[in-house]
Design a protein around this ligand. Structure first.
Ligand SMILES: [Zn+2]
Length: 260
């Protein structure tokens, strides 16, 4: 599943191709996306110029010059593919945007779970997202406040998109390892010092992820992670074996020695 760094990399690429261009033809090629993007929506978005591309958590927003916007979520498997309108459609193209300069942007997804929806001016989607991790205005005090009422484990709390936007399974594990906090610690009981370490760890893990996101796009096998997917391998800090536990049906990787 694309995590925040991969979505950020995808949004940067999308922005470089689509910003300032006019959407000439939009098409939905699969019944799932046709339901989300009916012909009325396609008609309204067609002919509009793209004035801004925004990433919020793992969501991408294409802002149009009439105030409308297209909301995209990759879900498990989505990605952008960039071709020319004279090329055949990519095999798993679910939605395509043909631009005024002849470029074609395809949202590809072998499983067709990705979503694209249109929102008219003044009626933006309700994303229910907390602040971005890299927002310099986000403080440990604010994060601790968001966690204060949570009685469950911190790992699960980090996956709540209303606490910090876009944190998925991988970066929750990575941030907790960097912060030396047990994934089973009660979220609401963390001290301010722990939350400070958590926020620092999260930002560092995401920054590493953004640096590596290009490898993900080209399908290369890179293991930039400190704990994720490293069960049985030595901890990069203390050398003890990384263990995998299951929390709410999701794998959590951690070092029981470093993260108490
Ligand atoms: Zn360790």
């Amino acid at each position: 599943m694309p995590e925040l760094p991969e979505v950020e990399a995808a949004a940067v690429l999308l922005r470089s191709v689509i910003l300032g261009r006019t959407l000439m033809t939009l098409a939905a090629h699969h019944p799932s996306q046709q339901r989300q993007l009916p012909t009325t929506a396609i008609r309204r978005a067609s002919g509009q110029r793209v004035v801004r591309v925004e990433r919020r958590g793992k969501h991408q927003l294409i802002h149009l010059n009439d105030g409308g916007l297209l909301h995209i979520h990759f879900r498990m498997n989505g990605d952008w593919e960039f071709t020319h309108i004279s090329d055949p459609f990519p095999r798993y193209a679910r939605v395509t945007f043909d631009l005024d300069n002849g470029a074609r942007i395809s949202l590809t997804d072998s499983r067709a779970l990705c979503t694209v929806r249109y929102y008219a001016s003044g009626r933006p989607p309700v994303l229910a997202l907390g602040p971005e991790a890299d927002d310099p205005a986000l403080t440990a005090v604010a994060v601790r406040h968001s966690l204060a009422t949570k009685r469950g484990p911190i790992k699960a709390a980090l996956l709540d998109q209303r606490v910090i936007a876009g944190i998925g399974n991988i970066y929750a594990s990575e941030a907790l390892w960097r912060a030396r906090i047990s994934p089973s610690a009660i979220a609401g009981a963390l001290t301010l010092a722990q939350v400070k370490r958590l926020l620092t760890g999260l930002r560092a893990a995401l920054a590493d992820g953004v640096r590596n996101a290009g490898h993900y796009r080209t399908g290369g096998r890179v293991t930039p992670f400190k704990v994720y997917d490293r069960e049985g391998e030595p901890c990069k800090r203390c050398g003890k074996k990384i263990r995998r536990i299951v929390q709410a049906g999701r794998s959590t990787y951690n070092c029981a020695n470093c993260q108490r």
